[in-house]
Design a protein around this ligand. Structure first.
Ligand SMILES: NC(=O)c1ccc[n+]([C@@H]2O[C@H](COP(=O)([O-])OP(=O)(O)OC[C@H]3O[C@@H](n4cnc5c(N)ncnc54)[C@H](OP(=O)(O)O)[C@@H]3O)[C@@H](O)[C@H]2O)c1
Length: 247
């Protein structure tokens, strides 16, 4: 395909470090030939991910976007369709963990986590579904966590927001599945081997041992598998954990 021709498009919302799940999803979707729009709040980090994709022959575009602002999400999706083509696959990956004991927790802390982990997912899901329903097909995937199904202090606020995102995904799947949209939720039940955790808790990787943390490319493979499932056998939810993780 020539550089000006339009084709299939993927959008990944929640991309930061190169060694992060968002970046790995973008690389994976681009590797499959989708023009991948890479969205997050830090332009330099997005550009670094795009450069890497382009260096390996893929097509990608960096779009700075705060997922909790609907006007920015609308502009992102419009641009992806206008410049890229058909909106085939959208992943909502925003949702970094923060913790606080409940008694010390401020109103802002609780509300901000909800905005990042749930509200942004609702906006991205709604805007994607609006466009995909016109096409009659498309995949929308949400990144979940252990906290999506289990609330444990000091992660109560995070869990309340992640479980709410799971509900958004379930409701969307039931509303839009019969109209051709595949909506999936992926529970990451363990620690991701990426910059988010390795940067903050460098000792954890050694403590977990070999393959004790989830590999970002392996997770990205699972997202791609969901996208390519046959419509007669769709998963709505998938859980992923290291083989040695207790659950
Ligand atoms: N790390 C783990 O161990 C772990 C475990 C279980 C589940 N998860 C889930 O995995 C996902 C994250 O993957 P990751 O930990 O590897 O991190 P990641 O993909 O490297 O980072 C996600 C990026 O989202 C961006 N972001 C944050 N707020 C945003 C907003 N309002 N709008 C747009 N982008 C925003 C951040 O970049 P900017 O700040 O530059 O915008 C951040 O770097 C989350 O859904 C998380 O709940 C992570």
């Amino acid at each position: 395909m020539g550089s000006n021709e339009k084709g299939q498009v993927a959008v990944v919302v929640g991309v930061g470090a190169k060694q992060g799940l968002g970046a790995a999803l973008a690389r994976r979707f681009a590797r499959e030939g989708l023009h991948t729009f890479v969205a997050g709040r830090t332009p330099e980090r997005l550009e670094a991910v795009v450069e890497e994709i382009e260096a390996s022959g893929g097509r990608a575009t960096a779009v700075p976007c705060d997922a909790t602002e609907s006007a920015e999400v609308v502009a992102l999706i419009d641009r992806a369709i206008e410049e890229g083509g058909r909106l085939d696959l959208v992943a909502y990956n925003v949702g970094n963990n923060q913790f606080s004991s409940l008694l010390d927790m401020t109103d802002e802390f609780f509300e901000n986590l909800w905005r990042l982990c749930c509200f942004g997912g609702f906006i991205v899901g709604r805007e994607s579904a609006r466009r995909m329903l016109d096409q009659g097909s498309g995949t929308i995937l949400f990144t979940g966590a252990t906290a999506s199904v289990r609330a444990r202090p000091p992660f109560t606020a995070f869990a309340s927001a992640k479980s709410a995102l799971r509900s958004v995904a379930q409701g969307m799947a039931r509303e839009f599945g019969p109209r051709g949209l595949h909506v999936g939720h992926v529970i990451i039940d363990g620690v991701i081997d990426g910059d988010q955790v390795n940067g903050r808790f460098p000792q954890l990787k050694e403590a977990r041992g070999e393959q004790g943390m989830l590999n970002i490319d392996a997770i990205a493979d699972a997202f791609w598998m969901l996208h390519t499932q046959h419509p007669s056998a769709w998963s709505q939810e998938l859980d992923l954990r290291p083989f040695k993780e207790e659950f």
